[in-house]
Design a binder for this molecule. Structure first.
Ligand code: FCB
Length: 485
């Protein structure tokens, strides 16, 4: 089928996303204190090449230029996150007016440019002091997060279109506290499940705090990286049970309490040898089930798994060592298998059908909850050509196929309200440092100069037309805006 003519519903929200630690830099300015990522990135061996977010894209000083790019791209909405240690140094007690001023100016500039601000309250930069007190494994962190949310809601008020409480709590809990490949780098499966619960609780408390400050009409959301995992052998009951298990500890651990008001029974059983879940107190699940205005979904790729039997050697799709701790708590006897390519520079397989499948599946499970793709995009090893441009045809192709896949889900009746491309700018890609580039705008990490890649021109054309352009339609600089490139 030729998808060149695919159009999107009127009012479909086209955006792009970033996160505070990945772009801001200015790690010690205007009263900001350390987050767990400042500590983690300074720990030898944790981040590729020893990179840190100390400077990152220097967005803290270049935000005005970046809003210019957002405007020239024609984005309807911009999803960014708020650095908790900037706004409330240490994570409790007094708030820092200089921290909020930064975001207040950014939000005003977006609004003046006709761009809706979509604010994420937590994109992984927990104040270090809260981690020292137990981090997300400690219930009090959820209460501190609600205080932070209430304060920010009071300060930014109705200028924010959508409030996203958490970004990808699966990563915070399981990569942060079980496998340790993200900050704070702990490898304690019981702590990871406690963290998952306290993140859920923090979401519920923060969502309720936002509505108590701004009123019931405030748009409250959360962003989940739901996993699309296929059974190695769809006819094998054992493999199908693996998929159920991964769906429980990867997806329903959040969807259950947030949207059904309860943890799934099979999750509690699968993890019974790790924890008795006594950290879930009476009323917590009801608190967590704060009504969602929209559910944010991040999608990048798929995986394939099967039951591991006996003494046969373990297989690991990502090549990690046998001794590494798995993030899949309670699901130890599972092999993840190599997916067919092609792959992005992250080693993630490119599979747009997973996008359609995920949106369709969640849409069927929760037909009353509107969905928004809050992240999708790809890292590739971009090259600057002799003409000074970045001809990132592989990224354009990835975006084309995935946005088309979103359209397929919409065609089948799923209520998808918008799409946010990850990412606006090349940035600090967590444990991969500056080595993996996801931006549609290139950042030269020596000069911090920004250059539109072909994918940025292509995306601007898509937004202008509200229709999917062919991959080779890369408009010229002058066609899209005076400060582009
Ligand atoms: C997601 C994160 C985002 C970015 C992309 C590539 O897991 O939310 O910050 O790193 O992956």
């Amino acid at each position: 089928m030729c998808s060149a003519a695919r159009t999107f519903p009127d009012g479909f929200l086209w955006g792009s996303a970033t996160a505070s630690y990945q772009i801001e830099g200015a790690y010690d300015e205007d009263g900001r204190t350390f987050s767990i990522w400042d500590t983690y990135s300074r720990t030898p061996g944790r981040v590729l090449n020893g990179d840190t977010g100390d400077v990152a894209d220097d967005h803290y000083h270049r935000w005005s230029e970046d809003v210019g790019h957002i405007k020239n791209l024609g984005l309807h909405a911009y999803r960014f996150s708020l650095a908790w240690p900037r706004i409330q140094p240490g994570g409790s007690g007094a708030f820092n007016p200089r921290g909020i001023v930064f975001y207040s100016r950014l939000v005003d500039a977006l609004l003046q440019s006709g761009v809706q601000p979509v604010a994420t309250l937590y994109h992984w930069d927990l104040p270090q002091e809260l981690e020292d007190a137990g981090g997300w494994a400690n219930r009090d962190t959820a209460l501190r997060f609600a205080d932070f949310a209430a304060h920010v809601a009071g300060q930014l008020g109705d200028r924010i279109s959508v409030w996203t409480t958490l970004n990808e709590p699966w990563c915070s809990a399981f990569l942060g506290y079980a496998s340790g490949v993200h900050a704070p780098g702990r490898t304690d499966p019981a702590a990871a499940l406690a963290a998952a619960h306290h993140l859920n609780l923090g979401h519920g408390l923060a969502g309720r705090a936002i509505r108590s400050v701004l009123g019931e009409q405030a748009q409250v959301s959360v962003t989940l990286n739901l996993h699309v995992t296929r059974p190695d052998d769809p006819d094998s009951a054992a493999d199908r049970d693996v998929i159920r298990q991964l769906d429980a500890v990867g997806n329903r651990v959040f969807l259950g309490p947030m949207l059904d008001g309860a943890y799934p029974q099979d999750l509690l059983e699968d993890t019974a040898s790790v924890t008795d879940w006594s950290f879930v107190k009476d009323g917590d699940e009801a608190t967590i089930a704060v009504p969602l205005s929209v559910l944010g979904i991040n999608y990048y790729s798929t995986s394939r798994a099967r039951r591991h039997f006996g003494d046969s050697p373990r297989e690991h799709a990502d090549g990690h060592k046998e001794s590494d701790v798995s993030p899949w708590v309670g699901a130890d006897d599972i092999d993840f298998l190599t997916q067919p390519g092609p792959y992005t520079a992250m080693g993630w397989n490119i599979d747009p059908s997973g996008m359609t499948e995920l949106l369709t599946d969640v849409g069927a499970r929760y037909p009353d909850v509107p969905l928004m793709v809050t992240e999708n995009g790809a890292a590739f090893y971009d090259r600057v050509s002799a003409d000074g441009r970045v001809h990132d045809a592989d990224r354009v192709s990835y975006l084309h196929r995935h946005i088309d896949a979103v359209g397929t889900a919409i065609d089948s009746g799923v209520d998808v309200r918008g799409y946010f491309l990850w990412s606006l700018l090349d940035n600090f890609e967590w444990a991969w440092g500056y080595d993996r580039r996801f931006g549609i705008i290139r950042v030269d990490f020596d000069t911090l100069e920004r250059t539109w890649k072909d994918s940025a021109y292509w995306y601007a054309e898509l937004i202008r037309a509200n229709a999917l352009p062919p991959v080779d339609r890369i408009p010229t600089h002058s066609a899209v805006g005076s400060t582009a490139g």
